[in-house]
Ligand binder design. Sequence first.
Ligand SMILES: [Zn+2]
Length: 428
Amino acid sequence: MSRTELSNMKQPPVPLATLIGQELRNGKIEKPFVKYGQAGLAKKGEDYFLIKADCQRVPGDSSTLFSVFAIFDGHNGISAAIFAKESILSNVLSAIPQDISRDEWLQALPRALVVGFVKTDIEFQKKGETSGTTATFVLVDGWTVTVASVGDSRCILDTQGGVVSLLTVDHRLEENAEERERVTASGGEVGRLNVFGGNEVGPLRCWPGGLCLSRSIGDTDVGEFIVPIPHVKQVKLSNAGGRLIIASDGIWDALSSDMAAKSCRGVPAELAAKLVVKEALRSRGLKDDTTCLVVDIIPSDHPMLPAIPRKKRSVLTSLLFGKKSPNSTNKGNNKLSAVGVVEELFEEGSAMLTERLGKDFPSNSNPGIFRCAVCQADQPSVDSVSMNTGSFFPPVSKPWEGLFLCTNCQKKKDAMEGKRSTRPSETA
Ligand SMILES: [Zn+2]
């Protein structure tokens, strides 16, 4: 074949599978860029941010980067918010097994978040202080976003399709009937402030203490049915990326999720955070700490979320997330999966530790060393254990495989379920 003949030949069409493969190589497998900005005006000075954009899953290996963003909105003082900000990340990470693959690490994360929140609460309780805090903790690893939250700070996700979703659940007694039932069943009383000869005012609160939240870190003076067990949601974004807006109730009492997302579309994260705060102040004034963190997860080093042609995206997403295709007849899915740009990996909000950490092991007197699922302390299984160990179960339990609790953590678990109290005043 001569050179002329070669150059005259038509290029054969590129098969779709090859195109998809190129998309995967170019976009999906490469890690996205994470850009963030924060802004705020303080009224009470009780909102704290945690921003660690360059954590490493494997220390020293820069290919294992992940980012953490969190907000803590304190009440009755700031010590719980500061304590949580300083200790929660290490408490979460120490609950993840060593030497596991990235996929296993991400799968272990929801459980580790529960452990980290509870451990932080137990450690704060030992200080004997009474303040409390919300905690909304967001971990971004590649396209996977994992959010754990107690209280009423929120994280929302704005995706390329313009669909805004809430990744957290509000733990407010006023708005959460399930939580009201749980608190009441565990020994709390739920009601409003009683003033002026029996007139009830304000939101539903939990008594004793008068807290409006049903979950928090701290609040040791309220009652341990106010639990630190977080709602956890894990999603995987498409390679179109998305924007997270993380903020305390100072923003959300003024703006709906849609309003917050719309107020800052098309601008880089740093400016976006300022615009959200400005919009909240415009509609409500400075009545509370009004602070906001915007995190963009974007496919290239681009200052803002790029526009992706709708057609290309729908082909890709229907292939990548076949069972949650936007073109399928399965319309019963929630808003997130209905657009097909976000894959839901995990969601659990139960306040029961056994449901979150795994089943109890059957009782057995097998000798050995066991590791507490919450505080990670090793204990001999002879007298000092309050729970049961399995004979099938190797000495030194793998912390992600089931629920073994040391005496102290078992007490905490019982207290959260209303079975007894570990409040300092009653255990002293
Ligand atoms: Zn323990």
